[in-house]
Design a protein around this ligand. Structure first.
Ligand code: ATP
Length: 209
């Protein structure tokens, strides 16, 4: 297995890049997607969230209103810590189990982790950062995600800085251009990924700080 970390700020284009890599044959382990799966109606994680934050977070079909949950914990470090304590261990276990299933393969496995700077992983064969100017990330979040300008800016300002992310990168993908320019860069990054030496037997563990 070749194990690569993929990260970037909110709205930078991580999911878009992951999809392009998957189309070229990469196996994607996506922390956000796993989080959503583990919060499906009837799941133990969702039950714990409702017990802690209230059943008004569910719609009539029992689906979690993620935006309402985000606004409940946003700017409230204690509530955020409570939520993380419910969600993070379950997501960590699921990511570890998907990683174990890949360990003896020859696949290129991409860990798509928004907070990779804050939560580093050991033994990655390489790290890719999707980067773009902050005002463009805000513009895309407002236009394509229905976020308010103030909300997008506030979320970005709480993340690791652009410089801190680029500092951990072996390869930086510049997503300030169009999707065609992104495809060209993903082609090059995909070639680079496949040339990397395989991961050590215990690669991918969360680093202890
Ligand atoms: P999040 O941090 O919110 O999960 P993300 O980093 O996964 O976001 P994407 O969802 O891939 O980012 O991209 C954010 C939005 O910008 C999406 O609507 C996506 O379709 C769009 N987008 C990504 N790259 C480009 C591009 N080069 N040109 C135009 N739109 C783009």
């Amino acid at each position: 297995m070749i194990l690569v970390g993929l990260t970037g700020g909110i709205g930078s284009g991580k999911t878009t890049v992951s999809e392009m890599l998957a189309a070229r044959g990469a196996v994607i382990i996506d922390a956000d997607q796993i989080t959503r799966e583990l919060q499906a109606p009837g799941s133990p994680v969702l039950e714990e969230i409702v017990a802690a934050f209230g059943s008004d977070l569910l719609d009539s079909a029992g689906v979690l209103d993620r935006a309402a949950l985000a606004s409940k914990v946003f700017g409230d470090p204690e509530a955020l810590a409570r939520l993380n304590k419910i969600v993070h261990p379950a997501v960590g276990r699921e990511m570890a189990s998907r990683l174990e299933a890949q360990r003896t393969t020859t696949n290129v496995v991409v860990l798509d982790i928004p907070l990779l700077v804050e939560n580093p992983r050991e033994g990655l064969c390489g790290t890719v950062v999707v980067d773009l100017p902050l005002d463009l990330a805000v513009e895309r979040l407002v236009r394509l995600r229905n976020m308010s300008h103030a909300d997008a800016q506030a979320r970005i300002s709480r993340q690791a800085s652009r410089e801190a992310r680029v500092a951990i990168a072996d390869r930086v993908i510049d997503n300030s251009g169009d999707l065609e320019s992104l495809e060209v860069q993903v082609d090059s990054v995909w070639r680079w990924m496949r040339s990397l030496p395989p991961a050590a037997a215990d690669a991918g563990r969360v680093s202890r700080s």
